[in-house]
Write a protein that binds this ligand. Sequence first.
Ligand SMILES: CC(=O)N[C@H](C=O)[C@@H](O)[C@H](O)[C@H](O)COP(=O)(O)O
Length: 238
Amino acid sequence: MSAEQHDRTPWTRERVLDAMRGRLTVSCQAYPGEPLRDPRTTAQMARAVVAGGAAAVRVQGLDDVAAVVAAVDVPVVGLWKDGDGGVFITPTLRHAVAVADAGAHVVALDGTRRPRPDGLTLAETVARLRETTDALVMADCGSLDDALAAQDAGVDLLGTTLSGYTGERPRTDGPDLALVDEMVAACTLPVVVEGRVHTPAQAAEAMAHGAFAVCVGTAITHPTTLTSWFVGAVAPSA
Ligand SMILES: CC(=O)N[C@H](C=O)[C@@H](O)[C@H](O)[C@H](O)COP(=O)(O)O
């Protein structure tokens, strides 16, 4: 089906989970000031990764979420990054509602135990969000304690997204498979392995560790970083 011929079947909770289960989600993000930072470009990138077999896409920013929802027929995991330190991934209820209103099928938000800027708990945020939307909620976690608390708070999916970025876990070279093991053993919710999955072998390893799905960003959609890897290899001292 082309992007012009949209499948209008609603993305129910079960349909979203079925689409993502055991498959690859690709994060399509360009950061402020970067050459590819444009919702139209993000939508083209999303179409490109779906053409390659991505089962879902993860997208940052309200305009980008809306553009991508209109461009592809796979679930869109939306988020709104605000700030660059502390709690910055969809940090407040207001951000989460806006992401859902932009059309995201899954709202990804900070799923850590840190205080949120609006003073709400994660449980309060999830409960209030559910009053306005049927979108699923993905908690971006940085540790097992985050994941257990997020599960208690009522989210639908747990991500390892923030492992290595909150001070609770080391920033491993590849995905934090030790955390994956802990989360798969201790949590009942689906675990999305996200963060520093840089090779197909690492993605396969994450699945073998019990991941519900794997989400890859940089290694597929961030050419500036990819280029720097090669630059460093070709001319290590440049
Ligand atoms: C920590 C943080 O801000 N993570 C962000 C979350 O949306 C993105 O910058 C990452 O690109 C995404 O999680 C995918 O991870 P990776 O690009 O490592 O495959």
